[in-house]
Design a protein around this ligand. Sequence first.
Ligand SMILES: [Zn+2]
Length: 154
Amino acid sequence: MHPMKTCNKCKKSLDYSKFAKNQTKKDGYENYCKSCKNTYNKLNYGTKFTKAYLKKEGYGIYKVENIITGEYYIGKGWLNERKVDHFTKLKAQKHSNPYLQKSYNNVKHEHLEFLILEKCKPELGSERERYYLINAFLEDKNNLLNQHITIRWQ
Ligand SMILES: [Zn+2]
């Protein structure tokens, strides 16, 4: 018997072929089935953000910087996809990082910039992200909006 995977959205137990591959996920597949992911993408990104568009810049480490206050958030992932995701959630007041949300709310939309720090292979993402986070923590800790690293080193 083939192993099955449960879609986090529709909760159906489906064959792995119903899930798109994603190297950044633990088991190598998306958490939503292809059908749910398509609906999700259309609802969240609109039709102009096609799969090809979201992958266009490739994978890497990025910084979302508030150019007024100097505060910033560092992350990794498919660059266009992460950019669209961060800004969509910030705009909707639904970002999972309350510090970044607060920083965004204090300025105008265009004062938050998405900067690519480095492009790398997905398998090197965690290591490279860690490198930038450590440097950020050592050099400019007060402006760093990533919560987990602050907690880890307290
Ligand atoms: Zn589903």
